[in-house]
Design a protein around this ligand. Structure first.
Ligand code: NAP
Length: 457
C-alpha cells in the first residue's frame, strides 16, 4: 500500500487527497491528511468571510473527500519543528505532500507599519474567523476612521465586514466576541486605498459589487481617481474583468451619497509612505504619495499626496509563504522550490517530497485554482510511486506520531467540535457559532491538553 501524508487540510490538501484516491494506476493508496489545527478546511474555515456562505458551503464537498475510507484526517499535528520534522515524517510515509499555504502577510516596508492600531488584514480575518491563534478579543474597533491598504479581494472582505451591520452577521458563524465588537464598532468611515489605478485593482467584480449592496453604507468613489492609462483611454480595450470593475466604479462615482451612517471610500493612485503616531504612540493617520498612470500600464509618483486619518489600519497587501523548518525555501518567490510539485533540494527532486497550493505557486487564484494544481502534484507522485514503494518505512504512521508525543484529533474529534459549535449556536439562538480558542476546541474534541508546538502546518 502506498502511504501518503498530506500536510494541511485546506483546499489544496483536500484536493490532493481527492486526486490521489481518484487515480487508478495505484489503487491501493492510504492518505493521512494532517493539520496543525484540530479543525479541517484551512482557509475555507479560517479565511473565507463569514457572510460568504456560498463559498463556505464548499466545506461539504471537502468533507466528502475526508470521509473517504482511504483518507484519514488527523488534526492537532504540527509538522516542521521537532518533534515532527519533515525527515521524521518521511520515515512514516512513502510520500509527503506539503499543502501548508501562505501563512503570513506581505510587509509594506513603510515606517510605522507596526504601530499599535495597525494590523495585517490576515490577523483581522483570523479574528472574525475564530482562528484559535488570534485572541478572541483582539479588536476593539474604537476608531471612527479605518484605512484598508490594498485593493484585492481580501481588502474587499475586511472593508465589507467593517461596513456591514452586525445584525446581518448574527446569522453567520462569526464568533461571539467578534460579533459583539462589530456591534459596538464606532467605525463610520472606511478608506480602501490602491496604489495603482482602478483598471489595475485585483478585486473581482462580483466581490466589488457586493459593496454597493451594503445596507447602511454609502460607497464613495472620486471621478478624478478613475483615470485610465492612456494605453486604455478606450475602456473597451481593457481585459474584461478590469473593464467591468471600471464600469461599476464609474456608476458609483456618478451617484451622490445617500447620507447613510457609514461611508466606504474606494480610493486610487495613493502609495503609502508612512504611518503616523499620536502622542500615545498609536497610529493616527497614513501618509500617501499621489501616483498617476505612467503610459505603460503602471504608475509613477506625480508629486503631492495626502494624509488619511485612521485609528485602525488594516494592511491587505497579500499573503506570503513562510519557510517550514527542514524544507527548502525560495525567499524570493516565498515558495518551496519545485518542479510540477516535486520538491527540489539543490535543484534535484527530493524523493518522496511534494508541494501543492500556495506554497507551490504563490498566494494567487481562487479556491478552484487549487484543483488542477493539486492534480499536477498527485500525477507526479503517482508517476514516482514504483520508486517510492521501495522505501522502507520506520513504523506504522499512527504509532510513529504517538511516539513523537503527538495526540491527534481524529475525524470523530472534529465531528464533536462541529456538534459543540452547533449546540452553542442553538443556546445563543444563532446557527452554528465557531469556538475561537484552543482550549475550547480541544475540550470539545475530547482532549484536555495544551496546543501543539508552534509550526506553520
Ligand atoms: P492580492 O489579490 O494580491 O491583492 C493585494 C493588493 O495589495 C493589491 O491591490 C496590491 O496592489 C496591493 N499591494 C501589494 N503590495 C503593496 C504595497 N507595497 N503598497 C500598496 N499596495 C500594495 O491579494 P489578496 O487580496 O490578499 O488575495 C489573495 C488571493 O486570495 C487572491 O487570489 C484573491 O483573489 C483570493 N481571494 C479571493 C476571495 C474571493 O474570491 N471572494 C476572497 C479573498 C481572497 P498592486 O496590484 O499594485 O501590487
Amino acid at each position: 500500500m502506498l502511504r501518503v501524508a498530506v500536510v494541511g487540510s485546506g483546499p489544496s490538501g483536500v484536493y490532493t487527497a481527492d486526486a490521489l484516491t481518484r487515480q487508478e494506476s495505484v489503487p491501493d493508496v492510504a492518505v493521512d491528511v494532517l493539520d496543525r489545527l484540530p479543525c479541517p478546511y484551512g482557509l475555507v474555515r479560517y479565511g473565507v468571510a463569514p457572510d460568504h456562505e456560498k463559498i463556505k458551503s464548499l466545506q461539504g464537498s471537502l468533507r466528502k473527500v475526508l470521509e473517504d475510507p482511504r483518507v484519514r484526517f488527523l488534526g492537532n499535528v504540527g509538522v516542521g519543528p521537532a518533534p515532527l520534522t519533515p525527515e521524521r515524517l518521511l520515515g512514516l510515509y512513502h510520500a509527503v505532500v506539503y499543502c501548508v499555504g501562505a501563512a503570513t502577510d506581505r510587509r509594506l516596508g513603510v515606517p510605522g507599519e507596526e504601530l499599535p492600531g495597525s494590523y495585517s488584514a490576515t490577523r483581522f480575518v483570523s479574528w472574525y474567523s475564530a482562528h484559535p491563534d488570534e485572541p478572541p478579543d483582539g479588536f476593539a474597533l474604537r476608531a471612527r476612521s479605518a484605512v484598508v491598504i490594498g485593493v484585492g479581494n481580501v481588502a474587499v472582505d475586511v472593508a465589507r465586514v467593517l461596513a456591514r451591520r452586525a445584525d446581518e452577521l448574527r446569522r453567520t458563524d462569526v464568533p461571539e466576541p467578534a460579533l459583539r465588537a462589530l456591534a459596538d464598532s464606532r467605525v463610520t468611515d472606511i478608506h480602501m486605498v490602491g496604489r495603482r489605478g482602478p483598471s489595475q485593482a485585483k478585486f473581482t467584480t462580483k466581490e466589488l459589487r457586493e459593496l454597493g449592496a451594503l445596507a447602511d453604507t454609502d460607497v464613495i468613489v472620486r471621478e478624478d481617481e478613475l483615470a485610465l492609462d492612456p494605453a486604455y483611454a478606450d475602456p473597451s480595450g481593457l481585459p474584461t474583468a478590469a473593464r467591468r470593475n471600471v464600469e461599476v466604479l464609474r456608476s458609483w462615482a456618478a451617484q451622490p451619497p445617500r447620507g447613510r451612517p457609514r461611508r466606504l471610500h474606494v480610493r486610487f493612485f495613493l502609495r503609502p509612505t508612512a504611518f503616523l503616531a499620536d502622542e500615545a504612540g498609536r497610529v493616527r493617520a497614513v501618509r500617501f504619495t499621489r501616483t498617476g498612470p505612467d503610459g505603460r500600464g503602471g504608475v509613477s509618483d506625480t508629486g503631492g499626496g495626502e494624509e488619511i486619518a485612521a485609528g485602525l489600519v488594516l494592511r491587505s497587501v497579500g499573503y506570503q509563504g513562510v519557510p517550514l523548518p527542514g524544507l527548502p525555501f525560495d525567499p524570493e518567490g516565498a515558495v518551496v522550490p519545485n518542479d510540477a510539485g516535486r520538491v527540489l533540494r539543490d535543484g534535484t527532486p527530493s524523493p518522496g517530497e511534494y508541494v501543492a497550493g500556495w506554497i507551490k505557486r504563490g498566494p494567487t487564484g481562487v479556491i478552484g485554482t487549487n484543483r488542477p494544481c493539486a492534480k499536477e502534484t498527485a500525477t507526479a507522485l503517482i508517476a514516482d510511486a514504483p520508486g517510492l514503494l521501495t522505501r522502507e518505512l520506520s513504523a506504522d504512521p499512527l504509532a510513529g506520531l504517538r511516539a513523537a508525543g503527538i495526540r491527534t484529533v481524529a475525524w470523530q474529534g472534529w465531528l464533536a467540535i462541529e456538534a459543540a459549535e452547533a449546540q452553542w449556536g442553538r443556546s445563543l439562538d444563532r446557527g452554528t457559532v465557531k469556538i475561537p480558542d484552543w482550549e475550547g476546541l480541544l475540550t470539545a474534541a475530547g482532549h484536555a491538553s495544551a496546543p501543539p508546538a508552534e509550526g506553520p502546518a
